[in-house]
Design a protein around this ligand. Structure first.
Ligand code: 5AD
Ligand code: FES
Length: 347
């Protein structure tokens, strides 16, 4: 084994210069993948956790330059799911074996804190053996606390980029990396299993930016880390930027597995969009979570964060079985399990 991969395996860390060498070349990719897969098996065996993703609303008050549901996209037909539609999705999901529901949406103030708390409390009561994950963007400490007290267990909020100058290039002036980080530390403090993450190959991203992302994640110590390639959306200011790279995304999944052996790392929909086998490759590179879409089929196309998003057509009425076959084809197994983060164990 090369010294670099050996060191990352045994110390779960490298210097910035070493990370730069590892990330800038594909010569380590095969051994990185093999070693990352070994570590993943040590912690999680061949189990892959499924999370049922319910996309509540594509209204968003934000205007992130990369995102298809940004408020300035006037072409997009907007929708919101009602409380009853959300609960129906959970019911269908539960029957299919999902034990985590992810309520994700644009930053839509239509749902006030009381509404979210009531929906969370109802899901908590109806499906007491399930985890409830929220992904509703930046909120106050008080809001996060009230959702948690109503029964939410996990929260996903990608930091997008840990570098302040890069953050400004991806977001309008009213958004700041400081508030994003404040949210993430609040969430951890409240007791959520917290997820952060970033896009690979977002416009203007450098290798140094990615190293800053790794350093930030080391500081935050999240339970979950979501990464996926940037994919241009034709109705955004970034429409002409090139998409993130498959190989670099897979390399980073392996690197993340070695830095954070216990982490829950999804093979994302964006990864499945840039390559027909992207999610399978992601799982083989060290990821251990998939997040199939559980939203009603008639709204799926409208939650288009980027062009050509998979699983939005009629054929996708039922991603659960499709994914089961896909995951089995690379030697892993989707399990019906709440899939909490494992405690750190000694190697
Ligand atoms: N390409 C890839 N990922 C995107 N996201 C938003 N827009 C895009 C895009 N154009 C990601 C962001 C966000 C998550 C929900 O989706 O990282 O946090
Ligand atoms: Fe959605 Fe295959 S996972 S159609």
């Amino acid at each position: 084994m090369s010294e670099l991969v050996q060191k990352l395996f045994s110390e779960s860390d490298l210097t910035d210069i070493e990370f730069e060498r590892l990330l800038s070349s594909d010569i380590f990719d095969v051994e990185l993948r093999v070693v990352a897969d070994g570590v993943r098996r040590l912690y999680y065996g061949v189990d892959v956790y499924v999370r049922g993703l319910i996309e509540l609303s594509n209204y968003c008050r934000n205007d992130c330059f990369y995102c298809g549901i940004r408020r300035s996209n006037r072409e997009l037909e907007r929708y919101r799911l009602s409380r009853e539609e959300i609960l129906t999705c959970c019911g269908v999901g539960y029957e299919l074996g999902y034990r985590t529901f992810v309520l994700q949406g644009g930053e839509d103030n239509f749902y006030n804190d009381d509404t979210i708390c009531e929906i969370v409390a109802t899901i908590r009561k109806l499906y007491s053996d399930c985890a409830i994950t929220l992904s509703l963007g930046e909120k106050s400490y008080q809001s996060y606390k009230s959702f948690f007290d109503s029964g939410a267990n996990r929260y996903l909020l990608r930091h997008e980029t840990a570098d302040a100058e890069h953050y400004v290039k991806l977001h309008p002036a009213e958004m700041t990396i400081d508030n994003r980080k404040r949210c993430l530390f609040d969430l951890k403090q409240i007791g959520y299993q917290t997820g952060a993450g970033f896009m690979v190959g977002s416009p203007y991203q450098t290798v140094q930016n990615i190293i800053s992302d790794l350093r930030f994640l080391q500081e935050l110590q999240p339970a979950m880390i979501g990464i996926g390639p940037f994919i241009a959306h034709h109705q955004t200011p970034f429409q002409f930027f090139k998409n993130g790279d498959l190989k670099l995304t897979l390399r980073l999944i392996s690197v993340l597995r070695l830095i954070f052996p216990y982490a829950l790392i999804p093979a994302t929909t964006a990864l499945g969009t840039i390559d027909p086998y992207g999610r399978e490759l992601g799982i083989a590179a060290g990821a251990n979570v998939v997040m199939p879409n559980l939203s009603p089929v008639n709204v799926r196309k409208k939650y288009e964060l980027y062009d050509n998003k998979i699983c939005t057509g009629e054929e996708a009425a039922e991603c659960r079985h499709c994914l089961e076959k896909r995951i089995a084809s690379v030697g892993y197994k989707i399990v019906t399990d709440i899939g909490n983060v494992k405690e750190k164990i000694k190697k």
